[in-house]
Design a protein around this ligand. Structure first.
Ligand SMILES: Nc1ncnc2c1ncn2[C@@H]1O[C@H](COP(=O)(O)OP(=O)(O)OP(=O)(O)O)[C@@H](O)[C@H]1O
Ligand SMILES: [Mg+2]
Length: 239
């Protein structure tokens, strides 16, 4: 610990199917607080697996991960890390089909102490933030793919966690909605010091990050800095 990194993943190995599929083969990722990092690489190279391990949803076979000061292999309360330290935008949305948009956004809030009225109000704010005002009561099947994506984005922001892990957050959005999401992320980073790790296939989106990390065959094979992370402003709040 005490490296100053908010994410410190070293030597991660993860195999699936009894070892037949080596999804990660010694992946390293260090991220500073307030940084915006894009991860790129071909399909199947381990990007989602890496995010899931950092999000404390899966454990590596080897290697160590420290997230916001928690060494995950030693952490007994991974649900606390999931509830307070990271927000995750899943590649496949993973919305609960029987819940409305608003209720889906409220799911992570059950990890923090908030009354029902406050939860609904915050969900409304977040849905407005992602451009879905008026859709709070719709269920996922009553929303378009892009709208579901935006509900998933709002849900990942629900707990105001310091780290946002985003797996293709603009993947199913048209360019205007994608731009809306990206500028929201940039704002949250600049104004709140949110640390963002975003997987994307689109180079023009990756180019908006401070740093582009390239993965191949379960390893990080490239790390290109595009710009310094801006100094964090604390006055304004976008939550
Ligand atoms: N739960 C699982 N069980 C078995 N194999 C898995 C599992 N999750 C991932 N894999 C395999 O591990 C490898 C890495 O998968 P991962 O989802 O991390 O790739 P990715 O880089 O996110 O790809 P994409 O760009 O297509 O989303 C792939 O070969 C995938 O088939
Ligand atoms: Mg993936």
């Amino acid at each position: 610990m005490s490296s100053g990194h908010i994410i410190e993943a070293r030597g991660l190995v993860k195999k699936f199917e009894g070892g037949l599929i080596p999804a990660l083969q010694g992946a390293d990722l260090l991220v500073d607080p307030g940084e915006f990092v894009a991860i790129v690489g071909p399909s199947g190279c381990g990007k989602s697996t890496l995010l899931h391990i950092i999000a404390a949803l899966d454990r590596p076979d080897e290697g160590s991960v420290v997230v916001n000061g928690h060494e995950l292999s030693r952490e007994r309360h991974l649900d606390h890390v999931r509830g307070h330290d990271v927000g995750l935008i899943f590649q496949m949305h993973n919305l609960l089909p029987t819940l409305s948009a608003s209720e889906n956004v409220q799911v992570p809030m059950f990890e923090i102490k908030l009354g029902a009225r406050a939860r609904r109000a915050r969900a409304d704010e977040l849905l407005e933030l992602v451009g879905l005002k008026g859709k709070a009561r719709q269920r996922p099947t009553q929303l378009s793919g892009g709208e579901r994506q935006r509900v998933a984005n709002a849900r990942a922001l629900a707990n105001e966690a310091p780290i946002l892990l985003a797996d293709e957050p603009t993947g199913s959005l048209d360019s205007k909605s994608g731009e809306h999401v990206l500028s929201l992320l940039e704002r949250l980073r600049t104004e709140r010091g949110l640390t963002i790790v975003m997987v994307t296939h689109a180079m023009e989106i990756a180019a908006r990050a401070d740093r582009i990390v390239r993965m191949l065959d379960g390893r990080v094979v490239g790390d290109e800095r595009l710009r310094e992370a801006p100094a964090v402003r604390t006055a304004a709040s976008v939550w």
